[in-house]
Design a protein around this ligand. Structure first.
Ligand code: DX5
Ligand code: ZN
Length: 209
């Protein structure tokens, strides 16, 4: 069965949304963290964001949209974190950062933007646990699903299968009842708006699975 990672969208409602998500069977809380450099937007600083542990007992699926992943890996490793993903577009510091995540006993993901060729992932595929395939441009929730993702997902799945690698694929952005049908091959779906703006978080999560 597909796993669901729910993300909370507005800083104002973090506590409320997290408390409501905590009583659902959602698998992970997807934590979008932005440094204002890799993407224009900035999220709450870590010293405030870390308080999410007060409102949720769910494992975290951390998505770092930052230029310097190492700086934040250390911080998020102190929380109840299952996955830490950072972007393959950061370039040269990738291998080191993958090792650092693993040194903390946390699974490591590489996130890839919609316009980045999938081949960029190749040198790292045997070193990671997850590919976070972006189906919107990173930076904010509530955007429309980019349909190229459907072919990219197929291609990525094929590569992973042919190399017999145990990598999971998570699709992130614009997931709703219509678009989930196109990404059936994904192992995990990250969803923000669809869950958060629905009347029943649990019903929305069940429908997305
Ligand atoms: C985009 C984030 C996504 C996004 C998901 O920068 O990485 O996780 O918030 O939200 P929806 O489901 O609203 O596209
Ligand atoms: Zn995300």
């Amino acid at each position: 069965m597909k796993k669901i990672a729910a993300t909370f969208l507005s800083s104002k409602h973090i506590a409320k949304d997290l408390v409501k998500l905590n009583v659902t069977d959602v698998d992970y809380i997807h934590v979008d963290f932005m440094d204002g450099k890799f993407v224009k937007n900035k999220t709450l600083p870590f010293k405030e964001l870390k308080n999410i542990y007060r409102y949720t007992s769910k494992r975290l699926d951390v998505h770092l949209m930052v230029m310097d992943p190492k700086k934040y890996i250390k911080k998020f490793a102190t929380l109840n974190t299952e996955y830490i993903s950072f972007h393959v577009e950061v370039g040269d510091k990738i291998e080191e950062a993958i090792k650092l995540v693993h040194r903390y006993g946390i699974k490591c993901g590489l996130a890839i933007n919609p316009s980045t060729p999938l081949e960029v992932l190749d040198p790292y595929l045997d070193k990671i646990d997850l590919v976070l395939l972006m189906s919107v441009e990173p930076g904010r929730g509530g955007q429309e699903f980019i349909f190229d993702t459907v072919d990219r997902l197929k291609e990525l799945k094929k590569t992973i299968k042919s190399k017999k690698l145990p990598i999971k694929i998570e699709v992130d952005g614009g997931i709703n009842l219509e678009t989930k049908e196109y990404v059936k091959d994904a192992d995990i779906l990250a969803s923000g708006s669809y869950i958060i703006y629905s009347e029943s978080f649990q019903d929305a999560i069940t429908q997305l699975r």
